[in-house]
Design a protein around this ligand. Structure first.
Ligand code: GLY
Length: 417
């Protein structure tokens, strides 16, 4: 059997006992054994049951709807909270929507609504940065997908209207970080992460804001041209002349070096170009997503979870970034349904399953240690912040990947947003 063959309905995992217990109605802490693990087959439902138990533990602790989980410090069980203005504020409501979708638990739905609607005031402020896409699409986007509440549609359109004010027609991309223009002397800057937030624009284009489509396509095309290096790794930041539109240089902000492959930046690119192909059907975006994915996979360590930067100097003594693994797993599941190259499709599906399996092992699950789903993410190594800790967006893309796998196993479309 070739390496790329996969079993459709099961993951090969090193935590079989965990799932059997989760499925039999035990508590989250019971579900986790210290099994060392001979590989066994595991059902996605069991891991989803674990995520729901962790969500309930978090919900029991969160003091208010404007206290949003962001990360967990070493040795601590509970989340550190941020306000609604933090760039990560949409992920927690998004987790709740996925958790409701997975479980049908009406109490979680009520919480999803409350945490989503707590974010509405963000838009009162004038101009944000590209993160508006993360903040609103993960929260209101999932909420609208599931409830079709027309008020959510209005909020999403207002968020898109705000996001496109950052579009520079000379460059053809969105200005990702207005705050960095003077601070870093980056007159127009566009970051790999920004690829994710084109999804809000594609959604808006289908819901009455037709010109958002051209802006999103242009952004992806210009990014494809300038921000991907000949070896198919991505610059974190592309700096452009804001008046003439010329590409000036590629640099990093959160990676190890300007020319290194920052793991999460590569993940945002894989996910973003995959989504752009879904929304446009343009072959160039599919090929780009495949090239970025191939690069990410080719250099993965044996446990399928990258170090925070592929070129960090002290591998294997560098922190891992489980968030990059989770984002990529989710993206690869969608990429595995695209194009007509069966060998590539199988490779992406198998790799996604192996990443999910690794993240679902004793090494990566938080279990009783704290209330998150996953351990071992790295937020901002150059700033020495969030090193090797649970981070909320890691959990968001992990539960999204599980839901996508569940849909794939059921023969349904992988992406529903
Ligand atoms: N979008 C910011 C980050 O990935 O850390």
């Amino acid at each position: 059997m070739s390496f790329f063959n996969h079993t459709k309905n099961a993951l090969v995992l090193a935590a079989a006992c965990f799932v059997l217990q989760a499925c039999s109605g035990t508590t989250a802490s019971d579900t986790v054994s210290n099994t060392t693990a001979s590989p066994s087959e595991i059902e996605v439902a069991g891991i989803l049951a674990y995520t729901q138990a962790q969500v309930n533990k978090s919900l029991a602790e969160i003091p208010a709807y404007d206290s949003i989980p962001r990360n967990i410090s070493p040795g601590q069980k509970q989340w550190n909270y941020v306000t609604i203005n933090d760039w990560t504020s949409g992920f927690w409501p998004g987790i709740l929507w996925y958790s409701y979708e997975s479980s049908g638990d009406e109490q979680i739905k009520e919480k999803a609504i409350a945490f989503t609607e707590a974010l509405k005031p963000i838009l009162v402020q004038n101009k944000w940065d590209h993160d508006l896409g993360f903040m609103y699409y993960c929260s209101y986007g999932n909420g609208y997908r599931i409830t079709k509440n027309p008020a959510y549609k209005e909020v999403l359109l207002a968020a898109a209207d705000s996001l496109v004010t950052l579009y520079n027609p000379k460059v053809g991309t969105i200005l990702s970080w207005p705050g960095m223009v003077e601070k870093m002397n980056w007159p127009h800057n566009t970051i790999a992460d920004n690829m994710m937030n084109l999804e809000l624009l594609f959604w808006a284009a289908k819901n009455g804001r037709k010109d958002c489509y051209d802006m999103a396509v242009s952004h992806a095309e210009v990014t494809m041209k300038n921000q991907i290096r000949p070896d198919n790794s991505m610059y974190h930041v592309a700096v452009y002349d804001d008046k003439g539109g010329q590409f000036i240089k590629g640099v990093t902000h959160q990676g190890y070096a300007d020319n290194s492959m920052w793991a999460r930046g590569q993940s945002w690119g894989i996910y973003g170009f995959t989504m752009c192909y879904r929304e446009t059907g343009k072959e160039e975006f599919l090929e780009t997503a495949q090239h970025l994915a191939d690069k990410f996979i080719e250099r993965l360590p044996a446990d399928m979870v990258p170090y925070w930067d592929y070129d960090a100097p002290n591998i294997p003594d560098e922190p891992k970034d489980a968030s990059a693994a989770a984002i990529t797993a989710s993206a690869l599941l969608e990429l595995s349904t695209m194009g007509d190259n069966q060998e590539l499709q199988d490779k992406y599906r198998t790799t996604a399953e192996r990443i999910i399996a690794s993240l679902s092992s004793d090494r990566y699950l938080s279990k009783d240690q704290n209330n998150a789903f996953l351990l071992h993410s790295t937020g901002h190594w150059p700033n020495k912040s969030e090193l090797d800790v649970p981070i909320v967006y890691s959990d968001y893309y992990f539960i999204e990947a599980l839901m996508r796998l569940k849909r794939l196993n059921a023969g349904e479309k992988v992406a529903t947003l």
